[in-house]
Design a protein. Structure first.
Lengths: 108, 335
C-alpha cells in the first residue's frame, strides 16, 4: 500500500512539476494542485460547481466517468477535449501513481 | 445623491448581516452589488446546496439563509443599489467618501465597508488568442440590446440557459444564427432545449454540436470564427457577431484600484477591527486577508460585528457606546 503517490503536472507555461500526493487523506486533485500553489482557483471548493480547475489527463490512468454535474460544468470551460476533467472530481488514489496532468488555459 | 452611515460594497451574506449589527448601533446602511440579486456566492453559485456550518442550523439551503438574512435586517430598513458595480471612491470631505457606480449612481458615507467576496461576477471570457481585440467589434459577452443584432450573422457558443434563451430570442431578429456547443446534450431548462431543437429542425437555427470555437479572425472588426468540430475538423465560419455565453465568474475588479493594500486578490486588514490601510474603509468577509483567515460565512459575520463597533467610534468619537445584548433591548424601536 502506497501512502504517497507522485503526479506530474504541466502548468500553463509548460513547466513540469512533480507533486507528491497522500492517498490516505481523501484529497482530490484540485486540492493537491492548490496545496502546491499551482494557479488553480477552485472557487467552489470542490463541488463541481465552477469550472476553475479544468485540466487534461495526459496519461492513460483509468478514471471513473465524469458525472452529469461535472459534464455540465465542463460546458462552461474552454478548449475542452476528450481528456478534459475537473481536478476536484478526481480522488487521489494509489492507482493514480505517475498520472500526468496539464492545466487547461484560462483567461486572467 | 444617496447618503448613509455605512456604505457596504457587496450584498453577499456578510454585507447583509453587517446591516443587522450596524442597526443595533443605530447606524444606517446602503448596499451596492453588481449582481441583480442579493446573496453573493450563495445566490449565484449554490442556492440549492445545504450549508452545515451555520451555528444553530444543522442544515440550511444557501438560498434560505439569504432569505432569512433579508428578513433579519428588514427592521433596519437597509437600502440597495443592485445591478451596479461600485467603480470609483473619492474622499470628498472630512469623514466623507463618495462612491460612484458604473451607472453613475452616487452614494455618500463616512464609512465604507467592502464586503466584495471574490469580486464582481463577470462573464467568463474564452482564452482565445486575439479575442480581446474584437470586444465590441463583433465579440459580445452578453446581450444588452437584442436590436443590436438585427439582420446580423450571429454565432452563439455555450450550452446553458443563457445560450439557449438568447438563441431562441435572437432567431427572429438575426439574419442567420448558429449555436455551437461542445456536447450533443444541453444542461439548460428542458423546454428551452426542445425549442432550440425545433428551431434547428426547421432550419431557423444552425446547430453545431460536439464543436468549439478555437480562434477568431478579422481586420479591426470580427470577420470569422474558427470552429473545431468532431465531425468536420477545423473550419472558418463567417459571422458579424460572436457571443460566447459561458456563465459568470468572480473577478476582483475595480476594488484593486482603490489604493488598498492587496495581497493575492484580497485586502489586508487589521484584525482588531478589520480596518484597511485607508481610514474609514473596512474590509470584511471573503474579500479580506489576515494571518489565519478562513473564507467562511461564520467568520465574515464575526468580522462585520466587530467592524461596526469601530465604525461607530470613528463616526462619533465623542459618543459612548454601551454594549447590549439583543435579548435585553430587542430590536423593535431601535430603528
Ligand atoms: C460552492 C460553495 C460552497 C460553499 N460552502 C460553504 C459552507 O458550507 N460554509 C461556509 O461558511 N462557506 C461556504 N462557502 C463560502 C461562502 O460562500 C463565502 O465565504 C461567502 O459567500 C462570503 O460572503 P461575502 O459576503 O464575503 O462575499 P460574496 O458572497 O462573494 O458576496 C460578495 C458580493 O460582492 C459583490 N461585489 C464585489 N465587488 C463589487 C463591486 N466592485 N461593486 C459591486 N458589487 C461588488 C459581488 O457581486 C457579490 O455579490 C462556499 C462557497 C462556494 C462557492
Amino acid at each position: 500500500m502506497k501512502d504517497i503517490i507522485e503526479i506530474k503536472v504541466t502548468d500553463r507555461e509548460d513547466v513540469v512539476h512533480e507533486l507528491e500526493a497522500p492517498t490516505d487523506m481523501s484529497f482530490n486533485l484540485m486540492e493537491i494542485l492548490k496545496a502546491h500553489e499551482l494557479p488553480v482557483e477552485g472557487t467552489c471548493g470542490g463541488m463541481a460547481l465552477c469550472a476553475s480547475c479544468h485540466c487534461y489527463i495526459n496519461s492513460d490512468h483509468e478514471l471513473p466517468e465524469p458525472s452529469e454535474a461535472e459534464e455540465d460544468m465542463l460546458d462552461q470551460a474552454f478548449f475542452v477535449e476528450e481528456n478534459s476533467r475537473l481536478a476536484c472530481q478526481i480522488k487521489i488514489k494509489e492507482e493514480l501513481e505517475g498520472m500526468e496532468v496539464k492545466l487547461a488555459p484560462v483567461n486572467e | 445623491m444617496i447618503k448613509t452611515d455605512i456604505l457596504i460594497v457587496g450584498a453577499g451574506p456578510v454585507g447583509l448581516f453587517t446591516v443587522f449589527e450596524a442597526g443595533l448601533l443605530k447606524l444606517k446602511c446602503h448596499l451596492v452589488d453588481s449582481l441583480p440579486q442579493v446573496g453573493g456566492q450563495l445566490s449565484e453559485i449554490y442556492p440549492k446546496k445545504p450549508i452545515y456550518d451555520i451555528p444553530g442550523y444543522p442544515s440550511i439551503l444557501a438560498g434560505d439563509l439569504v432569505n432569512n438574512l433579508m428578513e433579519q435586517i428588514k427592521p433596519f430598513n437597509p437600502t440597495f443599489t443592485l445591478g451596479e458595480r461600485a467603480e470609483v471612491i473619492e474622499k470628498t470631505g472630512d469623514k466623507e467618501y463618495t462612491l460612484t457606480t458604473n451607472k453613475g449612481t452616487k452614494i455618500q458615507a463616512p464609512v465604507i465597508a467592502i464586503a466584495g467576496g471574490l469580486g464582481c461576477f463577470e462573464p467568463r471570457k474564452p482564452p482565445i488568442e486575439g479575442l480581446a481585440e474584437f470586444e465590441d467589434k463583433g465579440v459580445d459577452y452578453m446581450v444588452k440590446d437584442p436590436e443590436k443584432f438585427r439582420d446580423k450573422k450571429l454565432l452563439i457558443a455555450g450550452g446553458g440557459d443563457s445560450a439557449l434563451d438568447w438563441t431562441i430570442e435572437l432567431a427572429n431578429i438575426a439574419k442567420e444564427i448558429t449555436l455551437i456547443h461542445r456536447r450533443t446534450s444541453f444542461r439548460g431548462a428542458l423546454d428551452s432545449v426542445d425549442k432550440v431543437m425545433e428551431l434547428a429542425a426547421s432550419k431557423k437555427v444552425n446547430l453545431i454540436t460536439e464543436a468549439q470555437a478555437i480562434g477568431v479572425r478579422g481586420n479591426g472588426k470580427l470577420r470569422e470564427v474558427i470552429i473545431k468540430s468532431k465531425a468536420n475538423g477545423e473550419f472558418a465560419k463567417e459571422v458579424d457577431n460572436f457571443i460566447p455565453l459561458f456563465g459568470l465568474s468572480p473577478k476582483l475588479g475595480p476594488i484593486s484600484e482603490w489604493g488598498l493594500t492587496i495581497n493575492r486578490s484580497a485586502i489586508e486588514v487589521n484584525t482588531e477591527d478589520y480596518s484597511t490601510n485607508i481610514e474609514g474603509i473596512y474590509a470584511i468577509g471573503d474579500i479580506n486577508t489576515y494571518p489565519g483567515k478562513l473564507k467562511l460565512i461564520l467568520c465574515g459575520f464575526h468580522e462585520g460585528t466587530l467592524m461596526v463597533q469601530s465604525a461607530f467610534k470613528y463616526i462619533y468619537p465623542d459618543q459612548k457606546l454601551s454594549f447590549k445584548y439583543t435579548t435585553v433591548t430587542g430590536i423593535d424601536g431601535l430603528e
